[in-house]
Design a protein around this ligand. Structure first.
Ligand SMILES: C[S@@+](CC[C@H](N)C(=O)[O-])C[C@H]1O[C@@H](n2cnc3c(N)ncnc32)[C@H](O)[C@@H]1O
Length: 324
């Protein structure tokens, strides 16, 4: 089950669309802005960039709605301010937005027009549909890559779980506890494979000294045991009640896997260091973004206490990288 076949956010502008239900991701993006501004200052201090007079930036997993342009708009604004500060002629900027082909790109395209309206810097825009677990750009063509709240989506569900008929969330609590280490190991392994591959691909596509800033929903590095991905635990618990009420077939429930894994910052650091294409500039944990998520979750699902307790264990991990 490859995520490119199964994942996309709700389209359009309706009540349940991603555009109207992504405020916690937006809070996360706001926290990434200083990292992006720092990267732009760094890139603008590179004589090569100034010499070529242009910068190419990409957002991977942009989705649709206001968040799709948030990070690239920050970058464009930062480039503009930096050129003024350095009294340099404005750079030409190319903004490329990526997501899976089923993403609501028609809404994104309409909003891209607003970016092009500014004359300084001159902004060219483009859409790159495809999986970020594949090559998306020509070699050495990018200066800055951003990605928020997307890389915890795996390329596929760990095959070993499907092959051995191991449910990701066993309804029987004891069986679930016993299998948890195995389920965790399978998901962690898939994340490592995918993230390593992602780093290799982006290292090919970034120009020398290129920068990359990514954030994922992760979990705290306090040594607490893996307890499935907490948001999906909420969903799995709801579905398991539906199984006990006979609304959903148990066999169907047992084959319900979500291609998602929340790493700790230590796991991400170890993978980045082992892969070796990037050096880490900065790594941050944003714990309380989940407060906003819990507030919205409660509003929609009317769940008390339980949801907040579960989500308190999730956190955001953001990392700012330089191509080595
Ligand atoms: C939670 S949304 C985040 C969107 C936006 N970056 C934000 O911060 O609000 C995750 C996005 O990642 C996209 N995505 C998941 N797997 C992907 C992949 N393999 N390649 C490209 N995009 C992917 C999804 O389609 C979705 O739009």
């Amino acid at each position: 089950m490859a995520s490119k076949q199964t994942v996309h956010m709700n389209q359009g502008q309706g009540e349940i669309s991603y555009a109207r239900n992504s405020s916690y991701q937006n809070a996360e993006q706001n926290r990434m802005k200083p990292l992006i501004e720092e990267a732009i200052i760094d890139l603008c201090s590179n004589t090569n960039t100034l010499l070529h007079g242009k910068m190419v930036i990409a957002d991977l997993g942009c989705s649709s709605g206001p968040n799709a342009l948030a990070l690239v708009s920050t970058a464009v604004m930062a480039i503009h301010c930096r050129c003024l500060h350095l009294q340099q002629p404005p750079l030409e900027v190319c903004v490329l937005l990526n997501d899976l082909p089923d993403n609501d790109f028609s809404t994104v395209v309409k909003s891209l027009v607003t970016l092009r309206q500014s004359n300084e810097p001159v902004v060219m825009t483009g859409i790159i549909p495809g999986s970020f677990y594949e090559r998306l750009f020509t070699s050495g063509s990018l200066n800055l890559v951003c990605s928020s709240c997307s890389l915890h989506w795996l390329s596929k569900v760990p095959e070993v779980l499907i092959r051995d008929h191991i449910p990701a969330y066993d309804i029987d609590e004891q069986a679930r506890r016993e299998r948890l280490p195995m389920v965790h190991e399978a998901y962690a392994h898939q994340f490592k494979t995918d993230f390593t591959h992602f780093l290799k691909l982006r290292a090919k596509e970034l120009a020398p000294s290129g920068r990359m800033i990514v954030s994922v929903i992760g979990r705290p590095s306090d040594g607490s045991t893996f307890e499935f991905f907490h948001i999906w635990e909420v969903i799995a618990q709801t579905l398991s009640i539906m199984v006990s009420e006979g609304v959903i077939d148990k066999e169907k429930f047992d084959s319900f896997y979500v291609p998602m894994y929340g790493p700790s910052s230590e796991e991400m650091r170890a993978i980045i260091q082992e892969e070796g294409s990037f050096s880490i500039r900065e790594m941050q944990h944003f714990g309380d973004v989940m407060d906003e998520f819990a507030r919205i979750g409660k509003q929609y699902w009317s769940l008390e206490g339980n949801l907040e307790n579960m989500l308190a264990k999730d956190t955001m991990v953001a990392v700012s990288l330089t191509k080595a």
